[in-house]
Design a protein around this ligand. Structure first.
Ligand code: DGL
Length: 269
């Protein structure tokens, strides 16, 4: 008895949001879905994401019967949130770049938004900046390699620090780089690399992500919903792709998902 949430991402990035949701609602039943076969989302066109995601989420809703859906992916949220909401019945909480809290706290009024290439070029993000950070200088940086590095880390392969440096350096080495005091981690994969990011950054910055705010929003929406009377099945991670290798399975278990099922066990990606 209780509530069930579906947490969806292109990969393991949504675990950075899951951590906050579990801390706020330890009793909440969770289904996690990783769209491994279609990752990275950050390089896909808006049209391709809008063609795939509403139908996929509608199917997952029928299969897993959540009370709430957390679209734990900035790229999907800034591209297809409304299309997904129109396709499902449950409320959908999208994860979008934390530009507002960043603008509220930056003292230098110089922020960076580090997201996927798809996220940083969407109008949704331009609007967030215009509405909430109009008096700030906002530097946008897109990276796909960081998504792969986070997946590597979560699959026990270690993080290539040279690639990490190469991807983040242009931000700080650019014309206004020295003024940046706040970096918005605008991809749910990036908080998974926070220790490594801190290690390579030459200046002290406030790294901000949306995980905590999302957990508060989910808690508040569920508190207004009647609890269901079903016996919930155990928490489970469904991978739209092959089975997880042992190291990846172990990480899922650390986040509370003992059951990990690859929907295409023999596929190579
Ligand atoms: N984790 C996703 C995000 O928040 C996307 C990563 C990707 O597949 O490019 O944007």
């Amino acid at each position: 008895m209780g509530h069930r949430a579906l947490i969806f991402d292109s990969g393991m990035g949504g675990l950075s949001v899951t951590e906050h949701i579990r801390a706020h609602m330890p009793g909440l039943s969770l289904t996690y879905v990783a769209d491994d076969m279609f990752r990275p989302y950050g390089t896909k066109s808006a049209a391709a994401l809008r063609a795939r995601l509403p139908g996929l989420l509608a199917t997952l809703e029928i299969a897993t019967r959540p009370d709430i859906i957390v679209l734990a992916c900035n790229t999907a949220s800034v591209t297809a949130l409304e299309d997904i909401r129109a396709a499902v019945h449950a409320p959908v909480v999208g994860v979008v770049p934390a530009v507002k809290p960043a603008a509220l706290t930056s003292r230098t009024r110089t922020l960076a938004v580090l997201g996927t290439p798809g996220t940083v070029k969407r109008k949704y993000v331009d609007d967030l900046i215009e509405n909430f950070a109009g008096d700030c200088r906002v530097l946008l940086q897109g990276s796909t390699a960081l998504v792969a590095l986070a997946e590597d880390k979560m699959s026990g392969r270690g993080v290539d620090m040279d690639i990490l440096r190469r991807e983040v350096a242009p931000l700080f080495e650019g014309r206004f780089g020295a003024d940046i005091d706040t970096v918005v981690l605008a991809c749910t994969h990036f908080p998974l690399l926070i220790d490594e990011l801190k290690q390579i950054s030459r200046q002290t910055v406030n790294w901000i992500d949306s995980g905590e705010a999302i957990a508060r929003r989910v808690t508040s929406l569920l508190s207004d919903m009647p609890e269901n009377r079903r016996m919930e099945p155990p928490d489970c991670a469904l991978l739209i792709g092959p089975d997880a290798e042992p190291a990846r399975r172990k990480v899922f278990a650390q986040y509370g998902f003992e059951n990990v099922v690859g929907l295409y066990p023999s596929k190579k990606i």
